[in-house]
Design a protein around this ligand. Structure first.
Ligand code: NAP
Length: 242
């Protein structure tokens, strides 16, 4: 279904991003896996894509916070694969704490990775999408960005910002055949949420369980192929934010 397409996934070395990479590869897309530090894991993800799905896969180390590094990485992926059709902005971090006591650096870091990092990748690939008159951008937001969350003012602000970014880019680029959507996951079992299984909020999930990375990958597969959908925010949260 995505044969001949190239997908760039930030934070593709583990967790939700890893599941997204496998799903897109299983649909036939070649994949560029962006990671921050986990080189071996990123290389292993690429190896599995080549072996199990027969697609091209290459990993790239890039701190998405760095505007110039993001530019160089986008250029390297275009050189290696020819072009990019699908961008998934999935890289994200948390530095939780109460707003009244939060360190400035913790606020800035979360905004920089989660929100500015996504802007950087969009900024450096939008020209390619416009020239191709084809492109699909998927930003991984969070239900925290929809509802807010005590102890996560930085994270919720970054994820709410991603929704504003998504809708603005969708409006700017729709006329050029480029779609931009967001996914708002709830509690998904990854490194980011390890130890959260006993969080009282988890007990309140209507579907009765934490999500799996593959649940988010399902939504990516849908948005990657939903040709009449743009500017949407798709909750994948077991119903917790309804
Ligand atoms: P995770 O397991 O902690 O993985 C984070 C990924 O982001 C890793 O691949 C990491 O690369 C990469 N990354 C971190 N900082 C980066 C940077 N500066 N530049 C480039 N890559 C960077 O997280 P996850 O749970 O899979 O979350 C993935 C996304 O879903 C995040 O945006 C998160 O906010 C969002 N989300 C998660 C949940 C949840 O419950 N898990 C819920 C809602 C939304 P390395 O492996 O190299 O460190």
């Amino acid at each position: 279904m995505l044969k001949g397409k190239t997908a760039l996934v930030t934070g593709g070395s583990r967790g939700i991003g890893e599941a997204i990479v496998y799903r897109l590869a299983s649909m036939g897309a070649d994949v560029a896996v962006i990671y921050a530090g986990e080189a071996e894991r990123a290389a292993a993800v690429c190896g599995r894509c080549r072996q199990d799905f027969g697609v091209r896969a290459q990993s790239y180390r890039c701190d998405v916070v760095d505007f110039d590094a993001a530019k160089e990485t986008a250029a390297a992926v275009k050189t290696d694969f020819g072009t990019v059709h699908i961008l998934v902005n999935n890289a994200g971090v948390t530095r939780d704490g109460l707003c009244a006591m939060m360190k400035e650096e913790d606020f800035d870091r979360v905004i920089d990775v989660n929100l500015k990092g996504a802007f950087h990748m969009i900024r450096h690939l939008a020209g390619t999408f416009i020239r191709n008159r084809e492109g699909c951008i998927i930003n991984i937001s969070s239900v925290s960005g929809l509802t807010g969350n005590a102890g996560q003012c930085n994270y919720a602000a970054s994820k709410a910002g991603l929704i504003g970014l998504t809708k603005s880019v969708a409006k700017e680029l729709a006329g050029r055949g480029v779609r931009c959507n967001a996914i708002a996951p709830g509690f998904i079992a990854t490194d980011m949420t390890s130890g959260q299984e006993d969080n009282p909020l988890v007990q309140m999930i209507p579907l009765g369980r934490m999500g799996q990375p593959s649940d988010v990958a399902d939504a990516v597969a849908y948005l990657a192929t939903a040709r009449y959908v743009t500017g949407e925010v798709l909750r994948v949260d077991g119903g917790i934010a309804m």
